[in-house]
Design a protein. Structure first.
Lengths: 341, 290
């Protein structure tokens, strides 16, 4: 176990380097003028691209250029992003908390409703609850999130005016950019509580509802399936029969005995799914105009903002690789029968 | 095997639904020229435009599913979009599988350093969510359908490489391989005649069932504007055009529902069909199911 983890840890930076080099190599297809934007820190410099190309040797071979880019990254300089109109490092720092916030709220929804529906489906096997839950779990897998997102937007914003797109309202924008509002963590939900701004908290939370509902659909479907089969397995075990023979109430058997054991695979799955959500945020944040890292990545890709694309990919790769390692550790911790070799 | 397979599919209602859906879409794709005759023989995937009026028009006898932004016919888009979906799904899966087969085969045949190097290469592709990596590659190559297919292939092959490698490694240990070696067969002959044909069957099934997922990812890329361009009969592209109209008109918030429902319904049913079929195959391939 220890050796395995050590090996994984050593491979981690190599994998991230591999991804970024691969993408950097792809950027060579673009003209040096387009790539010059990587090194332009101020939009006013955009006019003097030829100078930038010479200065940074953008016609050098790819290894030399990659080495230079990497050197800058180590010093915290990821270049200037024209699509976000700010340095990439600043954009990532600004947008990342919003995305993590969205993923966390989504995960809470997934686990809560997934466990609930999955357990109900197992307890009432082949009854209507089970049929509904199974229908959702199959349908949820197949419903593209961009279709669901647009339908939710149509109904809950267009028709009912309950939830608006974006990250927060104009009133909130004024409050959080005033001098009285202190930024502690960058996570608006947390910061608004620390500042005692309940209205900001409510506003930010209401803007999270639609994106989180949309994003949760795929993971939710998977969660219902896993919880259902896990619960069914537990309900068939001897200790449940013993509990019944002892005369315990059915609700006690379901929640205290079987439920507690059935939830173990769900928790590990939640860890893995949390990382998987990153892919979905690109689409959800675009639909709801949510100011997160996914929307930043899409805008950078659409406008061929290379500095933005490379910075975004680097960030996602680091998050993804570290997250996968953590979920592997979580996996072995939750089930001692699993050994990593 | 095949007889048993079909018997089980027929017995199970949900997998039968999946089979019917996939067959229905396959028929639509094959009969596209009959169902929606094209005026543009050179490029049938170019949507016909009734006029240049911007506002979408509701379903009518002339346009069964209505028209989307700029009067592109939605019925035509859904029908030819089916053909395009199969084209993208089948070619991406096929190429990705062939690359995966070569890489996985080489890795498992040579083992040691070659294996290690190739498998670390797959790790690199796995280090970023496939949609994100495909998005970035498609953006760098330039947005069109061919580049989108290259991007999708580039992110899809590693999972097949791993699958094929694992299967080959397990088949390598079987007795008939030892028997062939004892009989004096050469390494290449054993590999190609005995190991590969026995090892790839499960991977072929898994790969073919991934068509639904590939089409979903392709639609996502088109939706983000990094795949098919406006005016193409592509489901993702049609939904991207619907995005401007989701809020309807003042007083009629759901006025343009059909711009989302027609292409969205097509993608949903298509992916649903493949997923239902996939579940059935997974159950059948699972030896514990007896």
């Amino acid at each position: 176990m220890g050796r395995f983890m050590l090996r994984r840890l050593c491979l981690l930076p190599l994998v991230v380097l591999g991804v970024t080099f691969l993408l950097f190599f792809l950027t060579q297809r673009l003209s040096p003028e387009m790539r010059a934007s990587l090194y332009v820190k101020d939009p006013r410099q955009m006019g003097a691209l030829e100078e930038v190309i010479r200065q940074y040797g953008l016609r050098d071979n790819v290894f030399k250029q990659y080495g230079r880019w990497l050197g800058n990254v180590v010093h915290g300089d990821l270049g200037y992003s024209p699509s976000a109109n700010m340095p990439v490092a600043q954009a990532l720092k600004q947008y990342l908390p919003a995305t993590i916030q969205l993923a966390l709220v989504t995960m809470l929804l997934v686990v809560f409703f997934g466990v609930w529906f999955g357990a109900a489906s197992a307890v009432h096997k082949d009854k209507w609850q089970d049929i509904v839950a199974r229908f959702i779990s199959v349908g949820g897998f197949s419903l593209p999130i961009f279709v669901l997102g647009l339908i939710l937007l149509m109904v809950f914003y267009g028709k009912l005016h309950w939830f608006a797109p974006g990250g927060y309202s104009i009133q909130t924008d004024i409050i959080i950019h005033s001098s009285a509002f202190k930024t502690y963590t960058g996570f608006l939900l947390l910061d608004s509580l620390l500042n005692g701004q309940w209205r900001v908290f409510g506003d930010v939370l209401s803007h999270l509802v639609l994106p989180a509902l949309t994003l949760c659909i795929g993971s939710f479907a998977l969660m219902v399936r896993v919880m259902r089969s896990s619960m069914l397995e537990e309900l068939n075990k001897d200790y449940v029969r013993t509990a019944r023979a002892k005369g315990l109430r059915e609700s006690q058997i379901i929640y205290k005995h079987a439920g507690k054991n059935a939830i173990i695979p769900v928790i590990t799955l939640a860890g893995i799914q949390f990382i998987r959500l990153l892919g979905g945020t690109v689409i959800v944040e675009t639909i709801f105009d949510y100011p997160g890292i996914g929307r930043f990545g899409v805008l950078a890709a659409q406008q061929l903002d290379i500095a933005g694309i490379l910075g975004f990919s680097l960030m996602v790769a680091v998050l993804f690789v570290v997250g996968n390692l953590l979920s592997d550790i979580l996996y072995t911790a939750a089930d001692p029968r699993i050994r990593l070799e | 095997m095949n007889k048993r397979l079909f018997k089980r599919i027929y017995k199970n209602k949900t997998s039968l639904c999946g089979l019917l859906l996939v067959t229905l879409f396959a028929l639509i794709a094959l009969l596209a020229p009959v169902l929606a005759p094209t005026q543009n023989a050179h490029n049938p995937y170019q949507l016909p435009q009734a006029s240049y009026q911007i506002e979408p028009q509701a379903p009518s006898t002339q346009h069964w599913f209505g028209t989307t932004e700029q009067q592109y016919d939605l019925y035509y888009g859904v029908v030819w979009g089916t053909r395009l979906a199969f084209k993208i799904g089948i070619s991406v899966t096929l190429f990705a599988f062939l690359i995966g087969l070569c890489v996985g085969g080489t890795a498992s045949y040579f083992g040691g350093k070659v294996d290690e190097t190739l498998m670390r290469l797959t790790d690199i592709v796995f280090a970023v969510p496939s949609l994100v990596l495909a998005m970035v590659i498609a953006a760098m190559l330039g947005p069109d359908i061919k580049n989108m297919m290259i991007a999708l292939t580039a992110v899809a092959w590693p999972s097949y490489a791993r699958l094929v490698r694992g299967d080959i490694l397990s088949v390598k240990q079987r007795d008939y391989v030892t028997a062939a070696r004892t009989l004096g067969a050469g390494g290449g002959r054993i590999f190609w005649r005995h190991i590969v044909p026995n090892a790839i069957y499960p991977s072929v099934v898994v790969a073919s069932l991934d068509i639904g997922y590939v089409v979903l990812t392709a639609a996502s890329l088109s939706f983000l504007g990094l795949g098919a361009q406006p005016g193409t009969a592509d489901w993702g592209q049609l939904i991207a055009m619907a995005r401007n109209w989701v809020l309807g008109t003042p007083g009629h918030p759901l006025a343009y529902w059909y711009t989302v429902v027609a292409p969205g319904g097509a993608i949903f049913l298509f992916v649903l069909g493949w997923n239902l079929l996939g579940d059935a195959f997974r159950d059948i391939l699972d030896p514990r199911q007896g």
